[in-house]
Design a protein around this ligand. Structure first.
Ligand SMILES: [Zn+2]
Length: 396
């Protein structure tokens, strides 16, 4: 099964201003999306660059592997002390861990090696994770002793987990992508956010990248992930509660006020664009941490205009390159898109990206030790203003 279409990605949900009013239509990216299915029934989507000259139908390359039908299952259990869900996904223990380069499952398929991507080349590709934390097939695990106990609440780990490959080049990094390719990745995020947000089993869509073995990445090929959670995540809920209290007190949006105050202070601003602002937050948790906000409140990636997506390419690539140069080279980092929940508090939320590294100096990593892991109380040994100065001083 396959279909090819030029993606119009204005966003199925939330396109427009935070109060839901429609906005002027932005121009549509010419990124081309082609859908197909893998041997075990999982969905895969090719996203080709707007300036791509490839003419072969990507979906004409079938998955030649013999895979058992994927039937992943996980549960979510409720922690009443912390008022949050924990996902129990035992089947993930068997997932691929740092395979040799010639067995990389994210490189294109070639003679003698059939990978997760059947085509012999690709620009950007998104597919359902074979070892997902959340899946539509999940059924709740059953512990006889816990049945009907109100303190032992369990539910199926419904939702969706997808993998996003940024390039077919095994040795590249997001920071080395061309602007056209970075734009294609953004369009893939937009497309997936809109589609997953419409699923009844998804309450929040999280696009993110874990980079570097030090972060626990099990595959070195440049890629990110997308989680469609069956609940609103604890951090998002906490941020929204703060934003709600701020709005009741002041009538204003907390995220918007933070951006405005950072711009006024100026000491932690790293990149200032017409549509985006990147800064080290006043109370940074990590030795190297940059937050990237659109200058206008929008709930999620599909709500960005063409101009905003365009400038995001430049600003994000610059932020990543500055962060890498601070420590001269490969940087372990996490890049996390904070988007509004799919159905609630969309007027309160404010799309933004948080990028942070656990590297505090060349050869030195910051681990989450006792205070952070056990108490949730962060100790950061780098002054945020000093981190911002170093990021600004980098010569690109
Ligand atoms: Zn690879």
């Amino acid at each position: 099964m396959s279909e090819g279409l030029d993606v119009a990605v204005p966003g199925a949900r939330g396109s427009g201003t935070p109060d839901g009013a429609p906005q002027a239509a932005s121009s549509v990216s010419p990124v081309r999306k082609t859908a197909t299915t893998l041997a075990d029934g999982r969905e895969l989507f090719y996203f080709d660059d707007g300036d791509s000259d490839q003419t072969t139908d990507r979906a004409s390359f079938p998955d030649r592997r013999h895979l058992d039908a994927a039937a992943p299952s996980s549960s979510i259990r409720f922690d009443p002390l912390l008022d949050e869900w924990v996902t129990i996904a035992g089947h993930r223990q068997t997932r691929t861990h740092l395979p040799p380069d010639d067995e990389c499952p994210l490189c294109p398929s070639r003679d003698g090696h059939n990978s997760e991507i059947p085509a012999p080349d690709y620009d950007v590709v998104v597919f359902e994770n074979r070892f997902p934390s959340f899946a539509s097939t999940s059924v709740a695990d059953h512990d006889e002793a816990a049945a009907d106990d109100p303190l032992f609440v369990v539910a199926p780990g419904l939702g969706r987990c997808e993998v996003v490959c940024f390039t077919a080049d095994h040795d590249a990094a997001f920071s080395s992508l061309s602007p056209a390719r970075a734009r294609t990745v953004i369009e893939a995020w937009v497309d997936r956010t809109a589609e997953l947000s419409d699923r009844p089993d998804v309450e929040q869509v999280f696009c993110f990248e874990n980079r570097g073995e030090e972060i626990g990445v099990t595959l070195s090929h440049p890629h990110g992930q997308i989680y469609g959670y069956p609940f609103v995540t604890p951090r998002t809920r906490r941020m929204l509660e703060s934003a709600r209290a701020h709005r009741e007190r002041t009538g204003r949006n907390l995220f918007a006020d933070l951006v405005e105050h950072e711009l006024q202070a100026g000491t932690r601003v790293v990149v200032r664009g017409d549509h985006w602002t990147a800064f080290v937050p006043f109370a940074a948790h990590w030795p190297l941490e940059v937050h990237v906000y659109p200058n206008r409140q929008v709930p999620d990636l599909p709500s960005l205009t063409d101009e905003e997506r365009c400038e995001l390419v430049t600003v994000y690539l610059e932020v990543l390159r500055r962060m890498e140069r601070v420590h001269d080279g490969a940087l372990p980092y996490i890049a996390a898109w904070h988007q509004a929940p799919a159905r609630v508090d969309r007027d309160l939320a404010y799309l933004h990206l948080e990028v942070f590294s656990i590297r505090r100096a060349p050869g030195k990593l910051k681990y989450l030790a006792g205070s952070e892991s056990a108490m949730g109380a962060f100790v950061n040994d780098v002054l945020p203003e000093e981190a911002a100065r170093r990021l600004r001083d980098v010569v690109l």
